[in-house]
Every structure is written in structure tokens, then in C-alpha cells.
Design a protein around this ligand. Structure first.
Ligand SMILES: [Zn+2]
Length: 181
């Protein structure tokens, strides 16, 4: 970045360190220097920097969210596992590791099935909502509709992912019980 100064009498562009105009010798003392390239360009770079920082922050937040998703689904899997183990040992008189392992395996299948049917149902509801929207088109603009749709879709994907994670943990427990205990 360099500075320049415009001569007040002949409007010649001079280098910022010149004390007199190179063309007409008018004094350039006290004339404000301007940045070159212009500061608007500088602003654009700053804006790009801000956008980049925002993107980095967003990535960090989504990593944190993903981590939380893994941790909380593990917690949910543990709770389900304890309930299955309790029912198995108290109500169903399980006494071998194979019975417990099978119990966890079935729990994992049930959770995955719930996740799948829930997802299918969401898709069906979403389809009906879309049909309704297309009938009443014009009452809501396209971008607004799309935004609403994508948020709902994101949530149903998230719920599906969450339940699949819980199911995977339960499946993992079943394998561990089968192999270790
Ligand atoms: Zn001049």
C-alpha cells in the first residue's frame, strides 16, 4: 500500500512523500494524503477476513455440536442399556452373557427401526406440507418456504442420525458383552 496526494491547483496525482507538485510546483504541504490502492479495496479485504473468521467459528461450533451429539447419544445408549440389563436380569431371568448380548442387539435393532420409521414419517409429513404450500402458493414467497423446508429437513436428518448413533452404541455394547464378559 502506498500514499498519493492530488495537487490542489492542477489535479496531478503525486507520490505521498512529495512536498511540491511535480508538474506545477504548487506546495503540497498540509494536503491530506490518500491511500493507494483506495481504502474501499482495503475494506473488501477486511470483509473477506471477517467472513473467513466467521466460517472458522461456524466450523468450530458444528464440531462442538457433533461432539455433543456423540456424547449425549452415548449417554442415551447407556441409559437404554441399563434398562435392558435391568429388565433382563430382574424380569426375564437372564443369566448368561449370550442372553444379555442378544438383548442389547435387539435393543439396537429396535432403536434403529424407530429412527427409520420416524424419519419416513417426517418425510411423509414434509411431503404433505409441500403439497399444501404448492396449493397456497403466493401466500409465502419461495425463499421463505425453502428456508422452512430445509430447517425441518435438517431436524429430521438430525433425529435420524442421533437414533442411528444410539443404535450403533447398543450394537457395540452387544459385541463387547459377547466377547469380553
Ligand atoms: Zn500541480
Amino acid at each position: 500500500m502506498s500514499y498519493s496526494v492530488i495537487c490542489p491547483s492542477c489535479h496531478e496525482k503525486n507520490s505521498g512523500n512529495f512536498l511540491v507538485c511535480q508538474k506545477c510546483q504548487t506546495s503540497l504541504l498540509g494536503i491530506p494524503r490518500e491511500e493507494f490502492p483506495p481504502s474501499s479495496l482495503n475494506l473488501t479485504t477486511q470483509k473477506t477476513d471477517t467472513l473467513q473468521k466467521e466460517a472458522e467459528l461456524l466450523a468450530k461450533i458444528s464440531w462442538a455440536k457433533l461432539f455433543r451429539l456423540f456424547v449425549t447419544s452415548f449417554g442415551v445408549a447407556c441409559v437404554i442399556g441399563l434398562i435392558v440389563a435391568y429388565i433382563g436380569s430382574m424380569g426375564l431371568d437372564w443369566n448368561s452373557r449370550i442372553q444379555f448380548s442378544n438383548g442389547f442387539f435387539y435393543a439396537s435393532v429396535v432403536v434403529a427401526a424407530i429412527g427409520y420409521y420416524n424419519y419416513r414419517n417426517e418425510q411423509k409429513i414434509q411431503h404433505e406440507i409441500n403439497m399444501l404450500y404448492s396449493q397456497t402458493a403466493g401466500s409465502m414467497d419461495i425463499s421463505e418456504r425453502r428456508k422452512l423446508w430445509s430447517t425441518d429437513e435438517k431436524n429430521s436428518y438430525k433425529a435420524f442420525f442421533y437414533l442411528i448413533l444410539v443404535s450403533a452404541y447398543l450394537f457395540g455394547f452387544a459385541i463387547i458383552i459377547w466377547n469380553i464378559f
